[in-house]
Design a protein. Structure first.
Length: 362
């Protein structure tokens, strides 16, 4: 009998997207091909430590399940908990947000000399930062929305012109703005600002989550998303469209709440030329940021001129029942289970290739 590959499925974490990660982890566990893979769940609690395998299974069944930290250590200082599990062949991280998709966890896998699903260290760190991603996208000719970046030191300077709504609006050419942390996901800490009175509170909210905040022009249009799968020769899915109720935007609640007023249209009902532009630009961004494994690329289709404007890249997209990434590839003919198998295969292939590279002179 063929030996099954032991997969360390890592989920949870201490980010604002903790609950989404738990649900994604449960969906992956349910869908993975258990004839090929032996899955060992690894729950990083919201306090930031590694729970036992028994507790990790329990939280997959009940995402509200909680345990006390018996070791009283910070973050992953109890890595020795992994010694109580079988030797893991490959890791599948689905830890969203900080410490999960920003290169930190990926660096740990590299230190452990283990293959893993998703971006390597550099791409994870770069794509977690919205400004860095926009800069790289611009370098390859992909249109991006205009923005102003505000660092913590500038925010602490009461006289800085970037704190003046009128000044920033004039620079961006519009008073319709979005204020967002540069290093966050799932619309966490984001505010839609259209009036001067709302600008300072929006900055205060965003700076709760990051030391760099972006103020972007709001693009009047509809959000379109596509998914990318693979390493050096990636596959780009079709395009999905986010349809928001008039006067609303794709907020955290509209992404995950049961009473969401947003609908996902897959495939998007758009002209072929627009669909191809979305897909071509997504591939350019994926490659310039040196992504591997998977990513979801989000753009805006501007109403005024039907121009596709890159918004952001999510290098570790959600795998919930309503998540766009698996749904797009399901539409492309790749089942949820097969998609997981492909992701694990790409992670192993990258690891095998890197093992052939020299790191010192003979």
């Amino acid at each position: 009998m063929t030996k099954k590959t032991r997969v360390g499925l890592i989920f949870g974490g201490n980010s604002s997207e903790y609950e989404v990660s738990i649900v994604s982890g449960g969906n992956i566990y349910d869908a993975i091909d258990k004839d090929k893979f032996e899955v060992h769940p690894i729950w990083i609690t919201n306090e930031g430590y590694i729970a036992s395998e028994a507790d990790s299974f329990k939280v997959l069944q009940d995402p509200t399940y909680q345990v006390k930290n018996p070791k009283k250590v910070a973050n992953l200082a109890n890595l020795t908990e992994l010694a109580n599990r079988p030797e893991i062949d490959i890791f599948f991280p689905i830890v969203h947000g900080n410490l999960g998709e920003d290169g930190v966890l990926q660096g740990l896998f590299r230190l452990l000399n283990k293959p893993f699903v998703g971006d390597d260290v550099l791409a994870a760190a770069v794509t977690m930062d919205k400004e860095m991603t926009k800069i790289l996208a611009s370098r390859v000719g992909v249109p991006v929305s205009k923005w102003v970046a505000i660092k913590r030191r500038e925010y602490n300077d009461a006289g800085n012109v970037k704190l003046d709504y009128a000044q920033v609006s004039a620079e961006l050419g519009t008073s319709d703005l979005f204020v967002k942390p540069s290093n966050q996901g799932s619309s966490v800490g984001i505010s839609h600002v259209q009036h001067a009175a709302d600008y300072a509170p929006a900055l205060a909210e965003a700076f709760k989550f990051d030391d760099k905040v972006l103020v972007e022009e709001a693009i009047d249009g509809t959000e379109v998303e596509t998914a990318v799968l693979g390493n050096d020769d990636p596959q780009v899915s079709g395009v999905g469209q986010i349809i928001n109720q008039k006067g609303t935007w794709y907020s955290y609640d509209n992404k995950y709440a049961g009473n969401s007023t947003t609908t996902l249209q897959i495939p998007a009902d758009l002209p072929v030329s627009v669909v191809e532009t979305v897909r071509e630009q997504a591939l350019k961004v994926y490659q310039v940021t040196e992504c591997s494994g998977l990513s979801r690329i989000d753009s805006m289709l501007r109403t005024s001129d039907h121009k596709v404007i890159f918004n952001e890249l999510n290098a570790l997209p959600g795998f919930t029942n309503i998540s766009m990434y698996p749904k797009l590839f399901e539409e492309a003919g790749i089942s949820y289970s097969d998609l997981i198998t492909k992701l694990l295969t790409y992670g192993q292939a990258r690891f095998d290739h890197k093992a052939t590279l020299l790191h010192k002179h003979d």
